[in-house]
Design a protein around this ligand. Structure first.
Ligand SMILES: Nc1ncnc2c1ncn2[C@@H]1O[C@H](COP(=O)(O)OP(=O)(O)OP(=O)(O)O)[C@@H](O)[C@H]1O
Ligand SMILES: [Mg+2]
Length: 278
């Protein structure tokens, strides 16, 4: 038999990487004028998108739409490649569990220990206690708060509580992170610690993320630093270099008025962006 004529077995085609979040012409109103109007963007598989905009412009609403905590009035939203716009709550839950969210308010349960706050999702899944303990300790170690394991949130500072909220968001190895103003209300030094953790998450685990922030300084920090595992700290990129996969979205009056790199943002001639950056 002429083996040469046998077809060469083809290796299976590589799975195309799915964009974790896609918004297509999304609009949303509550009881008045639209909060978001015709918003379209995508978050690539290894990207961090930093969402900026004045207070009340719809940043938190956009994050809650991304993991289906809110539903849009029109347009389409895709999470991990699946359209969630009109998905059943049950199916949506299975997708949402693959995401981690750090809420604007921090939202820890006051009556639960740090262990139970961080391990909440695993407790709900009825995992064995020793598995939960191990994973909670690992997540707390990541945010350098292992010693708080048995404490209550009330005995922690605001910055520490925010770090616990990050540990809770990453415990189940999420495929997408949504950070809502993680440095809001914190002093500059504590904000730096939080930013460093977020950059560490980005550069160690490469989880795609959308990060809302009020602080331009945080946004620039994200775009101009990398986490060094050698020194275990965040270090600035060489002058003039920026993190290629960290890009920006700016909302104004419910509309996305900017989608691009930090360089494009800084050099934009748009008067609103100029005054926003000033
Ligand atoms: N569940 C809701 N029901 C009614 N209105 C809401 C709801 N959630 C948000 N809104 C309204 O939508 C608008 C946008 O709110 P959102 O919380 O997204 O703003 P934001 O950009 O996150 O503001 P901030 O910078 O202060 O956090 C606000 O006018 C708010 O009152
Ligand atoms: Mg908000």
């Amino acid at each position: 038999m002429d083996t040469m004529s046998q077809p060469v077995p083809e290796s299976p085609p590589a799975e195309p990487a799915v964009d974790p979040v896609v918004f297509e012409h999304v609009s949303m109103a509550f009881n008045g004028p639209p909060v978001l109007e015709d918003v379209s963007f995508r978050l690539g598989p290894h990207e961090t998108r930093i969402l900026l905009g004045p207070a009340g412009v719809g940043k938190s609403v956009l994050l809650k739409l991304a993991n289906g905590l809110l539903r849009p009035d029109s347009g389409r939203i895709f999470l991990f490649g699946e359209e969630i716009t009109r998905m059943s709550e049950e199916k949506l839950l299975a997708l949402r569990i693959r995401t981690g969210m750090v809420f604007q308010e921090g939202a820890l349960f006051d009556s639960l220990t740090i262990r139970d706050n961080v391990g909440y999702q695993l407790i709900e899944q009825h995992l064995p206690d020793e598995v939960i303990d191990k994973r909670v300790r690992r997540a707390l170690r990541f945010v350098e708060l292992e010693h708080t394991f048995d404490m209550l949130p009330s005995s922690l500072s605001g910055g520490m509580r925010r770090r616990v909220a990050i540990a809770r968001a990453i415990i189940a190895k999420p495929e997408l992170l949504l950070y809502d103003s993680p440095t809001g209300g914190l002093d500059p030094v504590t904000s730096h610690t939080i930013n460093e953790l977020i950059v560490k998450e980005r550069d160690v685990y490469h989880t795609p993320a959308i990060l809302v922030t009020h602080r331009l300084q945080d946004a620039f920090t994200m775009a101009t630093n990398v986490f060094s595992e050698a020194t275990n700290q965040m270090e600035p990129l060489p002058t003039g270099q920026t993190h290629a996969d960290t890009t920006f979205l700016v909302l104004r009056e419910g509309k996305l008025v900017f989608d691009g790199s930090i360089r494009e943002l800084i050099h934009s001639p748009d008067p609103f962006l100029q005054s926003f950056l000033a």
